[in-house]
Structures are given as structure tokens and as C-alpha cells.
Ligand binder design. Structure first.
Ligand SMILES: *Cc1c(COP(=O)(O)O)cnc(C)c1O
Length: 232
């Protein structure tokens, strides 16, 4: 079995190749290491190999790991799972980014509960590109209104959009889904010209990061290609 450092190098190479094919610089794509279900010791290994951003889906598990890795202040923590509104206080206090905001109530709570000594919480709106089938994410038509709400909240900084397209998509459908998200971000940028940090397209995972980068991803969320399969 190869080490985390080896897998990290492979993933970085994939990002570099995909960026080159898309005539983009590899620095324009951030790597988020998705570490759900993986123990803190493995995250520590990844951090030693150069990973600085971790994505977590389950709050309690994440809080335990954040505490266990407290001695590594360079780490950035991203919450990427579904959000119940009774969990917003801990999310807002312990994370740097939230990628899965899909309703105004959650946004308002995250803003109100952001501790004053911290900079505004970076937010991506999660968009449901596939209609009924998947439960998380807001409909594309409703993104503009939620964006207006978030931009007005002092504890938050709207950074962009996130999506998890249907895993059964063909490569062609996957291109179209990611392209749609990129178009939605372009519309938001026009709508909010005074938000220079509205720059993030959080899309692409272990299986489709090349397609996502071809369509403009600025942040890929990679789990199994770095940490191995999650079992179950
Ligand atoms: C688990 C997860 C990922 C990573 O998926 P892999 O296929 O293991 O790379 C990315 N994004 C979200 C929202 C996830 O829940």
C-alpha cells in the first residue's frame, strides 16, 4: 500500500495535468482533502506531507479531529456535509469555510454565531443541479436570492458555489453539470461586482476532478484518492 505522501503526489499530478490541458495554472485549483471517517493520525500524516485544507462532513467527528490537531495552526477546516440548524453554533465557531449552505435560516444563524474575534466565515452555496433526486442543495433558480441574503450578513463572506452532481452521470452529462455551475457563478459575479472574493467553484471529487477542472473548478474535494476507500 502506498503512503499518503505518494497518493498526494499522484493527486497533485492529476490536478497539474488537468490544469495544463485546460490552459490554466495548477495554482488556480485548490486541493481540499476530504477526511470524513478517517482517523486524526492519518490527517496528521497528510498534514506532514503538505496538506493544509481538510473537508469534513460529520460535526462531532470533525470537532474531535480539530481538537486533536490543534497544535497545527496552519490547517484550514471546511465543513462540507448537510447542516442541521441546531449544529450551526459549533460549525461557525470551529470552521473556516462552509460549502453546504442551502437555506437562509442556516446562513443567518452561522452569521449571528460567528465569534467576533474570527474573520467572516467563508461560504459556498450548495446547488442541486439534478432536481428532485438529491436532497441537499438549493435549486439553481433560487441561488440569486440566497446570495443576496448572504452578502448582507456581517459574519459571512460569500465565496462561491458548490455542487455534487449525480454520480451516475455520463462524462458528457458531468461536463454539462459543471458548466452550469460555472455559468451560475458568472451570473452571481455580475450581480455582485463589489464582491471580489466571490471566486470559488467547489466541484470535482476523486472520480471526476479532471472534468471539473476543465470546466473551471477552483477547488476540488478529494477523499478516496488520498485516503483510500471509506468502507461500508
Ligand atoms: C465524500 C465527499 C467528497 C469526496 O469524495 P471522493 O469520491 O472520496 O473523493 C467530496 N465532496 C463531498 C461533499 C463529500 O461528501
Amino acid at each position: 500500500m502506498s503512503s499518503i505522501a505518494d497518493k498526494l503526489q499522484l493527486v497533485r499530478q492529476r490536478i497539474e495535468n488537468a490544469s495544463q490541458s485546460a490552459a490554466r495554472s495548477a495554482e488556480s485549483v485548490m486541493l481540499l482533502a476530504v477526511s470524513k471517517t478517517k482517523p486524526a493520525a492519518l490527517l496528521r500524516e497528510a498534514a506532514a506531507a503538505g496538506v493544509t485544507r481538510f473537508g469534513e462532513n460529520y460535526l462531532q467527528e470533525a470537532l474531535d479531529k480539530i481538537a486533536a490537531l490543534e497544535d497545527l495552526p496552519q490547517l484550514e477546516w471546511h465543513f462540507i456535509g448537510p447542516i442541521q440548524s441546531n449544529k450551526t453554533r459549533d460549525i461557525s465557531a470551529h470552521f473556516d469555510w462552509v460549502h453546504s449552505v442551502d437555506r437562509a435560516k442556516v446562513a443567518r444563524r452561522l452569521s449571528e454565531q460567528r465569534p467576533e474575534h474570527l474573520s467572516p466565515l467563508n461560504i459556498c452555496i450548495q446547488v442541486n443541479l439534478d432536481g428532485e433526486e438529491s436532497k441537499s442543495g438549493i435549486a439553481p433558480e433560487a441561488v440569486a436570492e440566497l446570495a443576496d441574503t448572504i452578502v448582507a450578513l456581517p459574519g459571512l463572506r460569500l465565496r462561491g458555489l458548490m455542487a455534487i452532481p449525480d454520480p451516475d452521470n455520463s462524462p458528457e452529462q458531468q461536463h454539462l453539470a459543471f458548466r452550469r455551475l460555472a455559468q451560475l457563478l458568472a451570473q452571481l459575479q455580475q450581480q455582485h461586482p463589489l464582491q471580489p472574493q466571490l471566486d470559488t467553484l467547489s466541484m470535482g471529487m476523486s472520480g471526476d476532478l479532471e472534468i471539473a477542472i476543465a470546466e473551471g473548478a477552483t477547488l476540488v474535494r478529494v477523499g478516496s484518492a488520498l485516503f483510500g476507500p471509506r468502507g461500508k
